[in-house]
Write a protein that binds this ligand. Sequence first.
Ligand code: FAD
Ligand code: UQ1
Length: 411
Amino acid sequence: QKKYELLVIGGGTGGCSISNKFASKLGRGNVGVIEPNEIHYYQPMWTLVGGGVKKLKHTAMPMASVLPDKADWIKSRVSKFDPQNNQVTTSDGDTISYNYLVVAMGMQLNYGNIKGLLDALKTDDRVCSNYSANYVKKTYPALSNFQGGTAIFTFPNTPIKCAGAPQKIMYLAEEIFRKNGKRDGTKVIFNTSLGVIFGVKKYADRLLEIIKQRNIEVNYKTNLIEIIPETSEAVFQNLDTNETKSYKYDFIHVTPPMSAPDALRESSLVNEAGFLDVNKGTLQHTKYRNIFGIGDCTSAPTSKTAAAVAGQSGILRKNLQALLDGKEVYAQYDGYTSCPLITGRGKCILAEFDYDAQPLETFPIDQGKERWTMYHMKKDVMPPLYWRILLSGFWEGPRFYRKLMHFGRGK
Ligand code: FAD
Ligand code: UQ1
């Protein structure tokens, strides 16, 4: 039976960054990564794939090229956790043990929880979803072929990754409709399960102005429960009154309900909401001190993004190293997260904030404004930063630059 000093579950954003940080430190054969997929996707680019700015192939790299050479890649899926005995079981039936465990399993997309959706995604060209590599290619052709009518964008009744993405694609779509002369008489509708447009007031205020200017209808507490392609109907439930209402659609972009992956959800490692139960500052598991979490699968109450993973990776580097050195954990994550809110081609509001939903902006300019510079950063600067620096374990977020640009003042 194989045993690792450090076992990492998942080879996504968090798993790559942590395994690359520690593989060289701990040496060949001492770090194992369990990850079933052959391809690593840069998911933040999928908004621009849906908007026709980039191609899916620009977002993919072979998993082997992003995982550390010095780590063992176990190409399988964890099916069971046994934290009392410091081991996990894979779907191949192997048992692997560890001294330290980092759980970085991301989120599971539960398309099947909406009645009729999986079928509709297969059979109806007008039903799209940027959230999956399987479906993101459908979005741009559908937007280009849109001949007018009703275009609906949804936000589900669960935590999701990148809470801005459900509306970013709406702004890109609305612009495409205008450019194609299809905007007159077209209804653009955002049906969201939330009670607000965005969780940070500064950015929410700005987004609401844009929504008004561009004549977009927003319905709050409105949750998609069924799609009926035969009659072009999307059925929503009001979360306050439980009343259902059916909308005819000519285009619909669905953000699916999400959860932590089943294997994690069914383990003893999660909180009531089903996420890996970590201390929100140290990212150490609340019960098992040799287990840490990073990224979308944890209970850390911040907005789930790759930018947050970058910030968390520095905390894990310090705290995990402290334990390896026989010391105690000390570094505290402030909840830093960022969401580049694309509002059109060449326009982006760069939201950055912390656990208190207070802006924590890197640049000494008002990032609440739509800016070309921030769009350029999202489209051209972020991808190489992600592939070359974040995944290899060297990008821990913009904190240093923020301090520098604010001359050491502020947070
Ligand atoms: P992931 O990168 O998703 O990795 C999880 C890994 O775990 C996967 O490789 C998976 O195969 C593996 N795994 C799952 N189950 C198991 C198992 N049982 N055993 C072993 N391995 C398993 N972030 C931003 O910062 N900015 C953005 O603009 C942005 N836009 C986004 C737009 C879209 C459409 C999407 C989908 C995401 C966006 N994000 C954005 C979010 C960002 O991609 C995620 O927050 C980030 O990738 C999370 O990293 P992670 O390591 O937690 O999970
Ligand atoms: C970031 O660090 C990051 O991770 C690489 C992202 O994910 C793609 C982001 O979208 C953003 C905005 C950041 C923050 C970085 C800077 C320079 C503000």
